[in-house]
Structure formats: structure tokens, C-alpha cells
Design a protein around this ligand. Sequence first.
Ligand code: GLN
Length: 207
Amino acid sequence: MSEGLPPRVGVLALQGDVREHVRMLRELGATASLVRRPGDLEGVDGLVLPGGESSVIDKLARAFGMQQPIRDAIAAGMPVYGTCAGMIMLADRLDGAIAGQETFGGLDVTVRRNAFGGQAESFETALAVAGDDDGWDVPVEAAFIRAPLIVEAGAGVRVLATLPSGGIVAVEQGHLLATAFHPEVSGERRFHERFLAHVREARASAR
Ligand code: GLN
């Protein structure tokens, strides 16, 4: 019945670049709402975890009682897209976590926080992305800001992009999508479009 309805996407709004994601999702025709409390998850078909500071997002998520509901939603197959700190929050394993830092998990990867030291802390680069659907022939202008890197990925994880150094910076596993960079900052739409395709697919198969 919800065939023609726009996908309803929540953006976890505890800390980070929430507004940029909301703007991008609305430009792409989705309904975007802010998620701060467990009840806010009820009306959404997918969730975006923004960039920001993962240790702060983790602390606030636990303080607001959001950790378990989000873990449950991921386990139930809800599509989730995490950028940068959001990617860290999706990782099953962390390298360089602060003491006691936890994640939601779901992605069978090890993520190294702040993987680029010194001058390379923030940079932009053109990335080739291995999306099999149309539209990936033009490289992605990727903005890395104190970015993490995936240093190990399980067999069920599809690698979508790597840096020339071999570092993994975009992955997909089931309905989970993660990038170490920030398409919402550079105006790059294709990852959000790919995520919305997951949301539509998950919604269709839930009926
Ligand atoms: N370094 C941040 C962290 O560890 C991530 C930076 C970002 O999201 N731009 O959470």
C-alpha cells in the first residue's frame, strides 16, 4: 500500500552533521525526521547515522536509551547508512576507541578511528566506486574529516571503494551502508540514493 509513498528516513540527531543529511534526503524526495528518543524510530523505514564524534554519539545514545532500540532495529533488518562517525557506530570492532566506547555494531568490520594523522587529517580526493548499478562511472569527490578507515572486513562485506593505499572507505553488508567520508558535505548524492533504494526494497519485502 505504501508503494508510492516517499521513504521515511530518520536521522539520529544526538550530535553531528544532522542538518546536511536532512537536506540531502529531502532533496532526494524522502521524508526526513530527527531521531532522539526510542519512540522516534517507530515511524521510520531507515536510519542515517551522521558524522561527528563517535564517542559523544555513543555516550548520548546510551544516556537517551537509544543504544538497544537501534541495535534491535539493525538486527531486524532496518537499512542504516553511517558516514564517518556513523560508520564507526556501525562497526562490530574498533581500533583506537576511547576507554569504554561502544558501538551499535552490525557491520562485520574493524574500524580504526582517526586513521589519518597530521596534515592528512582532512582532505578531499576523487574516488572510484564499484557500484554495479548505473551512475558510478564518474568518480566520487570524497571529503575526509578526521576520518576512520576500515582495516579488516568480514567475508560478507562488500567493498565499494578503497583509497590508493588500499584502505577501505566504503562498504555495504545487507541493508547496511557505510562511508568513511561525507557525501552530505560535498553534495554527492549517489550514496544517499543507494541507501534510499535499500529503504524501498526493505519496505517492499516487509509487506
Ligand atoms: N574522528 C571522529 C570520530 O572518531 C569522526 C570524524 C567525523 O565524523 N568527521 O568519531
